[in-house]
Design a binder for this molecule. Sequence first.
Ligand code: G4P
Length: 525
Amino acid sequence: MTMQELNEAVNKRRTFAIISHPDAGKTTITEQLLLFGGIVRQAGTVKAKKTGNFAKSDWMEIEKKRGISVTSSVMQFDYAGKRVNILDTPGHEDFSEDTYRTLMAVDSAVMVIDSAKGIEPQTKKLFKICKMRGIPIFTFINKLDRDGREPMDLIAELEEVLGIEGYAMNWPIGMGKGLKGLYDIYNNRIELYRREDKGETFLELTENGEIAGDSALKEESIYTQVLDEIELIKGAGSEFDSQKIAQGELTPVFFGSALTNFGVKTFLDAYLQFAPAPSAHKTSTEEKIVPTSAEFSGFVFKIQANMNPNHRDRIAFVRICSGEFVRGMDVVLQRTGKKLRLSNSTQFMADTRENVETAVAGDIIGLYDTGNFQIGDTIYTGKKDFQFEKLPQFTPELFMRVTAKNVMKQKSFHKGIQQLVQEGAVQLYQSYSTGDYILGAVGQLQFEVFQFRMANEYNSEVVMTPMGQKTARWIDPAQLDEKMSSSRNLLVKDRQGAPLFLFENAFAERWFKDKYPNVKLTSKL
Ligand code: G4P
């Protein structure tokens, strides 16, 4: 690839993830997007759960047992001159730290909200990570074909709950059974939910924003109401500001119904216009690596183990940050300084895996791994030695005490734990008073994967005792007095030896803060 070809290829890339709470419609919208991209597939195949179509897949046993996908796959398609990469962010019970880490590998995010429910807890958590990264966030308010909350209310909630301004790109004309269409502010047109007799989908608007020609809609009271609302938001709402969008301070808001494929194309067209191409990535020294650099570089953001139970292989997911990937190329693994040949790679296109020949900055590749990689690893070509910025640590919310079932097998137990923790599968803590091992996770699935892999890869059966949900708060060691610990706030240390309390609940945390007003407690992300 010449430099010019690389430049063009990189600037075509749009890499994003969809953040939402389960059932908001992420799968439905993803399928619609894939259809626009010409990836024709049976409806419902993104979510294996619903088709029960596991036979051909070689996912790990745990996936089959639970009927869910542990694999956060990457879907790629071409549309309107862009190459789109959608990274799946598993929700439901398969929510895990990987879901968070996936957000480290995207350039923008699409937030899907159920119009009847508004902002829900998982959306809030995922939003926080995107906000921290300062990436652009685009909002799609879904399920307009059902009765939902007032649009004004939903936009106000963005600001109140998430602290991000919303800019309405379009506005619903009615909802549920009364849904007539979208008043498309951005494109200055009306998109009809059901076409009128002439077969027109779009109605033109005059300069003052009213329907130009004849239309039955003009007679509807909802039309006049929407004109009033539009006037109101044009006067009092946020201004369109592409700078603010780029920094994640303002989110363009689109309405629609994924199920009936209404407003999805309008959303996609505008999204691709404003979503950023891959940009420079920070290294640990704050220096930036530009995506169009001649040298290849990337980082591992996720490791998927045991995709095929017959083999002990793993797949390391790499976000390419610069240059071009060519199969069989040699790279340096920064952490060890070792040279590696990348001969066995895969790219994920929906649920079919294909060997990828080339990929460029912005793309995600899966590398078959025999144990070389860890989450956060940097790989590169060229002489310059550097490391990408560390991936953040996330605050776990669920905890388990863990011991070896067979006391005679301590060695494999310790080895397994150390390796799985290092790999980023779960977080490990140790009780100050008893020395017990405690695992921390953001989702239940992480424990199940841990238990499964301990037995299968390290031949170590483990006993896990749930401790439930806790609030983890780190404390400055200089302020720590072991007497501060009680049954309601267990004192533990993390892998780096830093002390933290696991609070039983918000009440216990407040009680502690009242008792020790000068003690500073902090959380990770
Ligand atoms: P998720 O991936 O975010 O969890 O959500 P998913 O797309 O699976 O959607 C959750 C449910 O909401 C599905 O119904 C889906 O059909 C429905 N849905 C998605 N978008 C819309 C929409 O625009 N309007 C309406 N009315 N419903 C929508 P389900 O009954 O749980 O699943 P299924 O058995 O129908 O597939």
